[in-house]
Design a protein around this ligand. Structure first.
Ligand SMILES: Cc1ncc(COP(=O)(O)O)c(C=O)c1O
Length: 440
């Protein structure tokens, strides 16, 4: 076949009225989590600002999912954009093994300062998945360097920690991992503590597994399992689980890739439980959502386990763009905004608005499991047996888009996870739309 011929195409090749480059996308781009044969043509986005995405024809879409949970203060925030431009002109990129630079040093110090307890050491990577890979390797290396090799992890039922192989391994086996399951390493699963139960099944399972003396680490998404369908669990149980790990000397990993930087109403979800995890994974909102960056923080005892005159005991990990200076500068600018803008007030206001309007939805009676965690609101449509691949909520999301709202259901779960600068009126309009839809 001629190299320029496409081997396959979208059913929905660039539709009439699409921008000129849409044909190039249809011909050459492979989109994530997309069945390229049947998916409708992707939505073109020409620019973004605040809580809105703007299409090539100028129409606005309210980004009610923070563009896959990353956009924190709003798109193209002028302070973050300026920091990116300044840093790009000064130092764009440098190898991070054997070299250092000011944005990474300052960011590491700030992260150490704002995270709970003595999470003092920061390992930078590229995204949420790599921050999890690093966390797993830190735990495995810690045990290996102690001379008590352990490689087994405990993870929650329904967990999602990313799409690289280690991250997939600690994630639930699901439609997401089908096809590669035989290649993933086994983990022990803790029953998800369904709200309304006392969670003792999870704690009993953790106690039994930890007593076996073979667990290298326990990984959880604190309070909020995002990809599992915005499933929420209790801070008291999180505290008990962390305490169990601590009493067995097993590192406790908090994956706050989604929950970090205010999403749950506190800067970090672990603060609700008043715990200090041994390892903390951050990404998504770390740069305000403007650029990719991952960070894995750990407590000194884990870092110290890698210090040795024998080089073979170091942490064997790194990426080409580890601690990219432009991403670090964006993250520093994003953290500054927590001081210079009323971010805390905005977070509280979004939470209050969700609470009020979720009550309206619940009163409407056609949704179930209405729930909220800080700035994240979610509810289920009546159950459908096909899980993530369910069509139940997709019709609503398609009609939402026609009305200028971006929603992306997880199976039969609809959720709203907006940037903090989202105008309250815009959120009310979205809830009004949902009320109309759900009344039928
Ligand atoms: C809790 C959690 N961990 C890890 C990841 C993976 O992050 P990324 O997509 O940046 O690799 C995600 C992504 O949604 C996540 O929600």
């Amino acid at each position: 076949m001629n190299g320029s011929e496409p081997t396959s195409m979208h059913v929905a090749d660039a539709p009439a009225g699409a921008p000129s480059w849409a044909a190039l996308d249809a011909r050459h781009v492979w989109h994530p989590y997309t069945q390229m044969l049947t998916a409708p043509a992707p939505i073109d986005v020409a620019r973004a600002g605040g809580a809105y995405l703007y299409r090539s024809d100028g129409s606005a879409i309210l980004d009610a999912i923070s563009s896959w949970w990353v956009t924190l203060h709003g798109h193209a925030h002028p302070a973050i954009v300026a920091a990116i431009a300044r840093q790009a002109a000064q130092l764009d990129q440098v190898i991070f093994a054997g070299f250092m630079h000011e944005p990474a040093a300052r960011l590491a110090a700030q992260l150490a300062a704002i995270t709970p307890g003595d999470l003092d050491r920061v390992f930078f990577s590229d995204d949420g998945s790599t921050s999890v890979e690093v966390a797993l390797k830190i735990c495995i290396g810690y045990w290996a360097n102690r001379g008590e090799p352990r490689t087994r992890f405990l993870a929650l039922e329904g967990a999602y920690h990313g799409d690289t192989f280690g991250a997939m391994s600690v994630s639930e086996r699901s439609a997401f991992t089908r096809g590669v399951t035989p290649l993933l390493f086994d983990v022990e699963r803790l029953p998800f503590p369904v709200p309304g139960t006392d969670g003792s099944a999870m704690l009993d399972a953790a106690r039994a597994a930890l007593a076996g003396g073979a667990i290298a680490g326990v990984i959880v998404e604190p309070l909020l399992l995002g990809a599992a369908g915005m499933r929420m669990w209790d801070a008291g149980l999180l505290r008990s689980l962390a305490a169990l790990c601590s009493s067995h000397g097993v590192p406790f990993i908090a994956d706050e890739v989604l929950t970090g930087f205010g999403r749950t109403g506190r800067m970090f979800a672990c603060e609700h439980a008043d715990i200090v995890p041994d390892v903390l994974c951050l990404s998504k909102g770390l740069t305000g959502g403007h650029l990719p960056l991952g960070a894995t923080l750990c407590r000194p005892y884990l870092y110290d386990a890698f210090l040795d005159r024998d080089r073979s005991r170091m942490l064997f990990h790194g990426h080409s763009f580890t601690a990219n200076p432009i991403s670090c500068a964006a993250a520093l600018a994003s953290l500054d905004l927590f001081e210079s803008e009323p971010v805390g007030r905005r977070i509280a206001a979004i939470g209050a608005l969700h609470a009020e309007r979720l009550a309206d939805l619940e009163a409407g009676g056609s949704v179930c499991n209405v729930r909220r965690c800080g700035t994240v609101a979610a509810f289920d449509l009546p159950a459908d047996s096909r899980g993530y691949l369910s069509d139940a909520a997709r019709g609503i999301a398609a009609r939402a888009l026609d009305h200028g709202f971006l929603l992306r259901p997880l199976g039969e779960v609809l959720y709203i996870l907006p940037p903090y600068s989202t105008p309250p009126d815009a959120l009310h309009e979205l809830y009004d739309f949902l009320l109309r839809e759900l009344r039928g």
